[in-house]
Design a protein around this ligand. Structure first.
Ligand SMILES: [Zn+2]
Length: 174
């Protein structure tokens, strides 16, 4: 028999994993990230913008320090969508990357601290074996080795601002 509380914890992790797997868009993913970070670390901010840009394939995303902007690599997103062939793996990547950049946007600059926090967050809410947790423990190429062999190594000057991103929290910054 599982120890008391263990069954309940597993059930909660499964329910949360179902929500990640069912994500439909960037805004939905970000709302879930924000509620997860609040639940785990009691930290919150609103008013972020998301920009999609083709960048070198070894870079998933970045946050411009002191700004309200997260830039995600649309080349890697498209590649993972193609390689994974499943919404749940793609969403696992999306959740993990947005959580990482959101933690930076909360003022946590140190890369190792953010990596550890993202891992702790995913492990607590999704369980050790979930794809998001595995990707935070190593990096996305541990799940998608094809990423290592992509020859995309330039920044495109084209970028796309995601509409209707982080709108639910706008009242916090007015
Ligand atoms: Zn980082």
């Amino acid at each position: 028999m599982a120890p008391p509380g263990e069954t309940e914890r597993r059930r909660e992790q499964q329910a949360f994993a179902d929500r990640v797997a069912g994500l439909q868009d960037f805004d939905g993913a970000f709302e879930l990230v924000k509620s997860a970070v609040f639940k785990k670390f009691k930290m919150h901010r609103a008013g972020l913008s998301l920009i999609l840009q083709v960048m070198p394939s070894n870079l998933g995303a970045y946050h411009i320090l002191g700004s309200n902007v997260i830039v995600m690599n649309s080349y890697v997103l498209a590649a993972i969508k193609r390689i994974s062939g499943s919404d749940s793996e793609y969403n696992a990547y999306l959740f993990m990357v947005l959580a990482h950049e959101y933690l930076h946007s909360l003022g946590i600059v140190d890369e190792n601290t953010v990596r550890q926090m993202t891992y702790d967050l995913c492990k607590a809410l999704l369980g050790e074996g979930h794809s998001s947790t595995l990707m935070t423990k190593e990096d996305p190429s541990s799940l998608f080795p094809q990423l290592r062999y992509m020859a995309q190594n330039q920044f495109s000057s084209d970028f796309h601002v995601v509409k209707n991103f982080d709108k639910a929290g706008q009242s916090y910054i007015q």
